[in-house]
Design a protein around this ligand. Structure first.
Ligand code: PMT
Length: 226
């Protein structure tokens, strides 16, 4: 099977030296990519800028902006059986890209930036890109995790949404631990708090189980596995 995974932040340039970005180390997405590759699947990892090592055995495509991420997802999603969107995509980008560094003006204490909305990559997967495989979204929330995850599930045509609480300092962005709530049409399951590496395996296993394929990461995988 082929997994397409988005990870990391996007960077939206304002001028040659500045950009807008989102918080994301890429650790959650890379852990899922590593687990999917370890369980014998082909993995296409489409990532914004991170400091992480590329996991072994994945096809890696680096991108910077949301539009670049959209273009690469559009190019490859056709061959994917499972698409997992963990990237923290900037919802808006500067309306204008200055060719030269924007200089501060004498006496100007305030500056207004005009932003335009970026394309919703996950939200485009079904209708615009025609993806018919297993669609998995992430929801970074600070409250009402289940409620927001359910609404994302419906609105974006996902089969599964994994919600994580990003309000604290010890799970969510940047750190090595996370806590995930898995929401499907018929079920809400608390996966609990674990290392992102461990949760990566649990996410892959949950997606395979959703497809009726139960990988237990045995080595070597038994013939009926993934
Ligand atoms: O990278 P780490 O430091 O390990 O942190 C992991 C994480 C917290 C970033 C990750 O677990 C996570 O929650 N990723 C989604 C973050 C997010 O921005 O969520 P959102 O609620 O804005 O977006 C919802 C979903 O739509 C996500 O699957 C996102 O990838 C996708 N999306 C959002 C906007 C957009 N323009 N295009 C998208 O594809």
């Amino acid at each position: 099977m082929t997994f397409l995974i988005t990870a990391g932040p996007t960077r939206e340039p304002l001028d040659p030296v500045r950009y807008l970005t989102n918080r994301s180390s890429g650790k959650m997405g890379y852990a899922i990519a590593e687990a999917a590759a370890l369980s014998g699947n082909r993995v296409i990892l489409i990532s914004g800028p991170t400091q992480l090592e590329i996991p072994d055995g994945v096809d890696f495509i680096p991108v910077e902006t949301a539009q670049e991420m959209f273009d690469v997802v559009l190019k490859w999603i056709d061959i994917a059986d499972v698409a997992i969107f963990t990237a923290a995509v900037a919802d808006y980008r500067p309306a204008n890209l200055a060719e030269q560094k924007i200089k501060k003006q004498e006496g100007q204490n305030r500056m207004t930036l005009e932003l335009v909305k970026n394309v919703d990559i996950l939200g485009s997967a079904r209708a615009l890109m025609g993806f018919s495989g297993l669609l998995v979204g992430f929801a970074a929330e600070t409250e009402n995790l289940e409620q927001y995850a359910k609404s994302k599930l419906k609105k974006k045509g996902c089969d599964i949404v994994f919600a994580n609480d990003v309000s604290g300092a010890d799970t969510g962005f940047d750190v090595d631990q996370n806590a995930l709530l898995m929401v499907t049409k018929n079920q809400t399951k608390d996966l609990g708090r674990h290392s992102k590496k461990e949760l990566g395996k649990m996410v892959v296993q949950a997606t395979l189980e959703h497809l009726g394929k139960g990988c237990r990461f045995e080595e070597p995988c038994p013939p009926e596995c993934c």
